[in-house]
Design a binder for this molecule. Sequence first.
Ligand code: ATP
Ligand code: MG
Length: 120
Amino acid sequence: MKLVVAIIRPERLNDVLEELFHAEVKGLTISRVQGHGGELERVETYRGTTVKMELSEKVRIEIGVSDHFVDPTVKAIIDGARTGEVGDGKIFVLPVEQVYRIRTGETDRAAVTPVGVPPG
Ligand SMILES: Nc1ncnc2c1ncn2[C@@H]1O[C@H](COP(=O)(O)OP(=O)(O)OP(=O)(O)O)[C@@H](O)[C@H]1O
Ligand SMILES: [Mg+2]
């Protein structure tokens, strides 16, 4: 199992959600975050040259998936989020040790598989 964490432009969220829906990726968590992509802008100050680090509004998406869902999930995010301009964001894929569905006590792959969709 993996946790797919994506940082995207807020204005691309609806497109990403649509792509994820078509890829049958159902369970996810969204938060509004602030981030920085590494581009530093040099500014002159009275003490010399310094760098300015501006934070921009981003949306963080977290999706727990079984391994065979990683590729379709990543593809859906890229298809929905890419503009081709600097700042489109990043996707991290993290290993997940355990998942529990609280209501049923189901664990692991059964727990990341949405109810009603046969485990595959
Ligand atoms: N190494 C990182 N670790 C954690 N978050 C990051 C990292 N790089 C980027 N982010 C997050 O992703 C957001 C968008 O980053 P950004 O798209 O600028 O990445 P990038 O690698 O600089 O790509 P680009 O060249 O397209 O700008 C940042 O605001 C930040 O929230
Ligand atoms: Mg950047």
